[in-house]
Design a binder for this molecule. Structure first.
Ligand code: NAD
Length: 489
């Protein structure tokens, strides 16, 4: 890396340099565990995005002949592998940054840092396995396809899993040969900034990876509108995703949208309940329910409804919620308005007579200023109630009984979302039949991956978005296909 450091924070990372915002303005970063500001980031705007796009364009060169553009796929893969090792070497530092800014328990921060290293490792190995094809055509002709990078790719990242979502998106984009401009979430971006610095340290050329911080409506909107961006990958809420897709459409820029979910855990009476229990609880408690693929609906076949509810309730009522670095079962929510949103849903439950079956414990040591919500199990939630339809994005599990497979499918498919589903049954024919009839992007049978592994294509249908990230599939999305037809006689 040439030059300055981000010791004081409040800089963008553009062209391998730390640069202050063009306006000099900054934003506070708050620790959700106590509600106190502890760092600053730069408040980016259209001029900063423009600088980052220009740096990325220079790295690629006009004809992919710039320092990044002319690198071979193998060389790009090697750099990604070095970055994977650098992330592993800084595992503890990155985990702490992630936990401090997001509020997640430290062991989850560690898991996220390990996943980030794995994303770079995976895409390092994949970089030079991505290639085009030859197509049989007319006599005297050869037709081939080239998988080319889009060019400059924009990446808008949310606050719930900053490192993981950054890694899955940027890892694939860089492996495919794109230069990246990233706009992480204003609430939690310190880990991402540090990884960008590590990328420069291991030898990524200036401009291959740029990060501009700031508000979504300023820096994020400027990125989506920028005519120098050739592809946008957005992860966040459906409302913002729509705004990003609209802005991108004005310059015919392709978009991948990873939006929210209301994912069902479906438990049939023949399921192995000892296996269901820890997984179903974790699927809603992990990251305090602020996970797009959270298993936020629990659909239980009637004969085991009471038994499973009792067991899940007993487990949930033992869960401890407290500061991120205390590393308990769950941490705080990201910010006050998110906490208020969850409380509003719970008030609605009370008002509409939806019973609370169990609640966890907020520990006494949790600072008053933190944004804590006890995990809550609601029972007998009507399938059409907002609690069973809307993404709460908090640790609230809605249990719904069902009597038949068809009734279950109507409920499971009966929201605007379609991201992930978990199916628990020992009946092999039913596993496959139900998996085929669920409208979503991923189905887990007798397990639940909350987004699954690095290798598994991930994304949704309906309001959960379109396009796929993760796995080899993501690489295809970060390329455009060129057909070359040669007449040679
Ligand atoms: P959000 O949509 O408000 O913000 C996401 C990102 O978009 C942030 O970086 C934000 O600064 C930026 N942004 C905000 N307004 C913008 C605009 N007008 N133009 C461009 N960028 C803008 O969402 P959030 O509150 O940060 O995250 C919560 C939501 O994200 C939930 O609905 C959740 O389900 C979803 N999510 C989905 C996935 C997934 O993979 N499907 C992963 C994480 C979060």
């Amino acid at each position: 890396m040439d030059g300055n450091t981000n010791a004081a924070g409040s800089h963008h990372f553009i062209g391998n340099r730390w640069l202050a915002s063009s306006t000099g303005q900054t934003l506070d970063v708050t620790d959700p565990s106590d509600g106190a500001a502890f760092a600053k980031i730069a408040r980016g705007n259209a001029a900063d995005i423009d600088a980052a796009v220009n740096a990325a364009r220079r790295a690629l060169g006009e004809f992919f002949n710039g320092p990044w553009g002319r690198m071979t796929a193998t060389e790009r893969g090697r750099l990604l592998m070095k970055l994977s090792y650098a992330v592993a070497d800084h595992h503890d530092e990155l985990a702490r940054l992630e936990s401090r800014t997001t509020g997640k328990p430290l062991s989850q921060g560690r898991a996220d840092a390990a996943a980030l290293a794995r994303y770079f490792e995976y895409y390092a190995g994949a970089a030079d396995k991505l290639h085009g094809d030859t197509i049989p055509y007319q006599s005297g002709m050869t037709v081939l396809t080239l998988r080319e990078p889009h060019g400059v790719t924009g990446h808008i990242v949310p606050w719930n899993y900053p490192m993981q979502i950054f890694g899955r998106s940027v890892g694939a984009a860089l492996a495919a040969g794109n230069a990246c401009v990233v706009k992480p979430a204003e609430d939690a971006c310190l880990s991402v900034m540090r990884v960008a610095e590590l990328a420069a340290d291991v030898g990524f050329p200036a401009g291959a990876l740029n990060v501009v911080t700031g508000y979504g409506t300023e820096a994020g909107a400027a990125l989506a509108q920028h005519r120098g961006i050739d592809h946008i990958s957005f992860t966040g809420s459906p409302v913002t995703g729509t705004a990003v897709a609209q802005a991108a459409a004005l310059h015919h820029c392709p978009v991948t949208l990873e939006l929210g979910g209301k994912s069902p855990q479906i438990v049939f009476a023949d399921a192995e309940l000892d296996d269901v229990l820890p997984v179903a609880v974790n699927a809603i408690v992990q990251n305090s329910g602020q996970t797009c693929s959270a298993g936020s609906r629990l659909l239980i076949e009637r004969p085991i409804y009471e038994e499973l509810l009792a067991r899940i309730g007993a487990t949930m009522s033992q869960l401890k919620v407290g500061p991120a670095l205390a590393d308990l079962d769950a941490g705080p929510l990201i910010r006050l308005n998110q906490l208020q949103r969850v409380r509003d849903f719970l008030s609605r439950a009370q008002h509409d007579g939806v019973p609370v079956a169990a609640q966890g414990i907020i520990v006494e040591q949790a600072p008053q200023g933190g944004y804590y919500q006890a995990p809550t199990l609601l029972r007998d939630v009507p399938a059409d109630h907002p609690l069973a339809q809307e993404e709460i994005f908090g640790p609230v599990l809605a249990a719904i009984p069902f009597d038949t497979e068809n009734e279950m499918l109507k409920i499971a498919n009966g929201t605007n979302y379609g991201l992930v589903a978990g199916v628990w049954t020992r009946d092999g024919a039913r596993q496959m039949r139900v998996a085929r009839r669920l409208r979503c992007g991923q189905v887990f049978i007798n397990n639940y991956g909350a987004g699954g592994g690095v290798e598994l294509p991930f994304g949704g249908v309906k309001s959960s978005g379109y396009g796929r990230e993760k796995g080899f599939e993501a690489l295809l999305g970060f390329t455009t296909l060129k057909t070359i037809a040669i007449k040679h006689g």
